[in-house]
Design a protein. Structure first.
Length: 135
């Protein structure tokens, strides 16, 4: 996993939540911005995949934007932003395995045919008896 920590730019703002009067004076909320196309860590295919998978979190300028205000300190929120961004990027880069088409097994096929035969016999037993039946 590539660490994008050095390519993230941070911006701070006042945060809501716990802290009393202190929270109104200190900028503890941290927003992290990472330019996906400007990254030197990923190939063009990986950047394209990141843009597709994270399109909801990428703004008009092409920055992946993540914010955190859950911690009481700016440092805690900064590490939270880094952790969230790394997790988002790692999850977006996972390529799902292609599904292999399989055929039904012989046992399942014979079981299906047997059940068809029993249902067929049951239904022929329900028919009216006529003189023209050759069975």
């Amino acid at each position: 996993m590539k660490d994008i920590r050095n390519e993230i730019s941070f911006k701070t703002a006042r945060s809501g939540g716990k802290g009393g009067q202190h929270v109104n004076k200190v900028e503890t909320m941290v927003e992290g911005y990472w330019l996906v196309d400007g990254s030197a860590l990923f190939s063009d295919e990986e950047k394209l995949r990141l843009r597709e998978k994270l399109s909801a979190k990428i703004n008009a300028e092409g920055y992946l934007q993540v914010r955190s205000q859950s911690e009481r300190t700016q440092l805690g929120n900064k590490s939270e932003v880094i952790k969230k961004m790394n997790a988002l990027v790692a999850r977006a880069l996972i390529v799902p395995k292609k599904r292999k088409a399989t055929k039904p097994t012989e046992a399942s096929n014979s079981k299906r045919l047997d059940s068809k035969k029993t249902i067929s016999k049951k239904k022929t037993g329900r028919r009216k008896i006529s003189l023209h039946d050759s069975e």
